[in-house]
Design a binder for this molecule. Structure first.
Ligand SMILES: *[C@@H]1O[C@H](CO)[C@@H](O)[C@H](O)[C@H]1NC(C)=O
Ligand SMILES: *[C@@H]1O[C@H](CO)[C@@H](O)[C@H](O)[C@H]1NC(C)=O
Ligand SMILES: *[C@@H]1O[C@H](CO)[C@@H](O)[C@H](O)[C@H]1NC(C)=O
Length: 136
């Protein structure tokens, strides 16, 4: 009886410590909102964090990125078909995002805090591969 209790306690302690190793974070990866389709991941209360577009002035092909929580951790634009194709971007009010040229939110970067209608002006046209966002 004591043996099995001790074993149980040991297993329980191991379980607790393995849980404790999981980083506690509210961070989330942003998802693409596809107009006209129900996005189960984002329902019911996802907000738009960032819009990225292939043209200047938020024109061309645009992707709306949504998340239920902030911060938004490193998110790739490549799977949305925008790798090295973004020319303008707009973060939502109260949110600032960073575009990165590297695939792991590394290498060169530019802050998007509001609207940047021409990423050429900051030498970042057709450069972004990933982004992250925080509250500003
Ligand atoms: C982003 O914009 C907000 C609102 O204009 C401002 O309060 C904040 O300081 C800006 N953040 C940075 C890093 O420029
Ligand atoms: C964005 O649109 C405004 C108003 O039409 C225009 O004046 C400006 O030149 C445009 N900027 C870019 C980068 O296309
Ligand atoms: C965007 O910025 C670049 C670099 O400043 C400039 O050469 C180009 O004319 C701009 N494009 C528009 C549409 O304003």
């Amino acid at each position: 009886m004591f043996r099995s209790l001790a074993l149980f306690a040991l297993l329980n302690a191991a379980w607790v410590s393995s849980i404790a190793l999981v980083p506690r974070s509210n961070a989330a990866v942003a998802h693409v909102a596809i107009p006209g389709e129900t996005d189960i991941v984002n329902s019911p209360d996802a907000i738009t964090v960032l819009v990225t577009c292939t043209g200047n002035n938020l024109s061309g092909s645009c992707v709306t990125w949504t998340s239920q929580t902030l911060p938004v951790t490193c998110t790739s634009v490549v799977s949305a078909g925008q790798g090295d194709l973004i020319n303008s971007a707009q973060s939502s009010s109260g949110i600032e995002c960073t575009l990165f040229s590297g695939e792991d939110c590394d290498d060169t970067s530019v802050l998007i805090n509001g609207t940047v209608d021409n990423l050429s002006t900051v030498n970042f046209a057709n450069e972004a591969s990933t982004f992250s966002c925080v509250s500003n």
